[in-house]
Design a protein around this ligand. Sequence first.
Ligand SMILES: Nc1ncnc2c1ncn2[C@@H]1O[C@H](COP(=O)(O)OP(=O)(O)OP(=O)(O)O)[C@@H](O)[C@H]1O
Length: 356
Amino acid sequence: MSIEARFKLSYPGFTLDVDLSLPATGVTAVFGHSGSGKTTLLRAIAGLERVPGGRLVVDGEVWQDKDAFLPTHARPIGYVFQEASLFPHLSVRGNLDYGRRRRPASADFSSFDHIVELLGIAHLLDRKPDRLSGGERQRVAIARALLTSPRLLLMDEPLAALDHARKEEILPYLEQLHEELKIPLLYVSHAPDEVARLADYIVVMDNGRALASGPLTETLARLDLPIRLGEDAGVVLDAVVAEHDAKWHLAGVDFSGGRLWVRDKGIETGRHVRVRILARDVSLARAKVEGTSIVNAVAATVTAIGDDAHPALCLVRLDCGGQPLLARLTRRSAAALELAAGCAVWAQIKAVALVG
Ligand SMILES: Nc1ncnc2c1ncn2[C@@H]1O[C@H](COP(=O)(O)OP(=O)(O)OP(=O)(O)O)[C@@H](O)[C@H]1O
């Protein structure tokens, strides 16, 4: 099952030109710089932009092609914008009821209480939107969108208007949603940390085109993308919490390439987590290095070496027990180590972030 989206649309000085096949499950991040066309793509999917010649098929159902155009109000979508657009005169409950009433008669009944609990807003039901924090407003907006029983959820930078603390407050709810949600979520963001935490699949937009589209881990490890991702180039790996070192407040997480030590966030042993490793935090050695402050070192094999944005630098892709890693080195270091595809190396990882 998939979402097929083909749109070509021109504004003065900008053309959106995409032909995408996206999974109809999980979270797909639509990632890219400001002005790359992320919102325009979402608006086309929502039917807010009428794109002649466009085609959109969601889970086998044609929403738009040369003979058909389902208007926005007839598309079973939930849309959450950067700023929560709640009705100011209605309480939270009134806003949620509005969503509930929009649910088609044929839709599965999604439990009001469950959605309210999932977003942690039960204690806010009688408040008016002007008495809510920005993060709370967004949680209500997400709950209202879910209550319409959408077949597709669209979120356009839902955290962009929030400060760091509010973002951190809402991200766990989005992660929980990710685990429970049975419908696909297209999540527009230009924040790599959000993408690392939430996405299963990524579409990288650049100047109206999809530069890349694929599963998160393998797409982030592509050597032609990091140049555009710059300082944020890196990979996201799946791992399992294996042990806790209470004395040093560290957790040992295992992935197929070995064990990594991360700051302990109190996540139970056995839980699946994601770790993010930036290319700039990985250095390489031909032999295992002793007497270093870097605690994380894993054996790896060089699979490819690619260009980086500056000619002094290169990106080295590694295979680490079947998982990809990227390292950003100077060309001089790569030459001194005589690196080439197939070389066995030790990857020393200066920073590993537990992202979910
Ligand atoms: N209605 C419109 N008329 C003319 N130009 C438009 C219109 N809507 C968007 N554009 C232009 O299309 C380009 C893409 O805009 P879009 O909002 O899709 O980008 P974005 O990737 O979502 O950016 P941001 O991250 O800043 O929201 C921009 O150059 C924008 O100025």
